[in-house]
Design a protein around this ligand. Structure first.
Ligand code: THU
Length: 135
């Protein structure tokens, strides 16, 4: 485990968490990421009456980043409510992996702040990534 403090990312994640569309799970998640340019992109989870069509907060934040023309993540914070530690789901770990820089740290936060911090390799060891497809 690696530790770190990201007050700007935490604030951005908490702000967007308030906009989560979660009428089914009632589990609001906010995610905020920083790119090498210093820009911050944030997103929340968006659920759907056809349940599998919903998507995670991390996916929203990544979509905002890519839509703005950026392709690298140096830090990412997720914020959830509740007493338990909640980390990125498996699918989101792979989505983050696609854009991970070597220095990437992923932080799992609760309402009071960051609870635990990880490297990409801790979240997704021996992962498959774009390098595997390079010829
Ligand atoms: N969720 C996220 O937004 N990110 C995760 O990494 C875990 C799960 C959302 C999906 C769904 O809207 C709700 O949390 C409950 O699973």
């Amino acid at each position: 485990m690696s530790t770190g403090s990201e007050p700007d990312l935490f604030a951005a994640a908490q702000q967007v968490q308030a906009n989560a569309h979660v009428p089914y799970s009632h589990f609001a998640v906010g995610a905020a990421l920083r790119t090498p340019s210093g820009r911050i992109f944030a997103g929340c989870n968006v659920e759907n009456a056809a349940y599998p069509q919903g998507w995670c907060a991390e996916a929203s934040a990544i979509a905002a980043m890519v839509s703005a023309g950026e392709r690298e993540i140096v830090a990412l914070v997720t914020v959830c409510d509740g007493d338990q530690l909640s980390t990125c789901c498996g699918g989101c770990r792979q989505k983050i992996r696609e854009f991970a820089t070597p220095e990437l740290r992923v932080h799992a936060a609760g309402p009071e702040g960051i609870r635990r911090s990880y490297t990409m390799d801790e979240l997704l060891p021996d992962s498959f990534g774009p390098e595997q497809l390079q010829r």
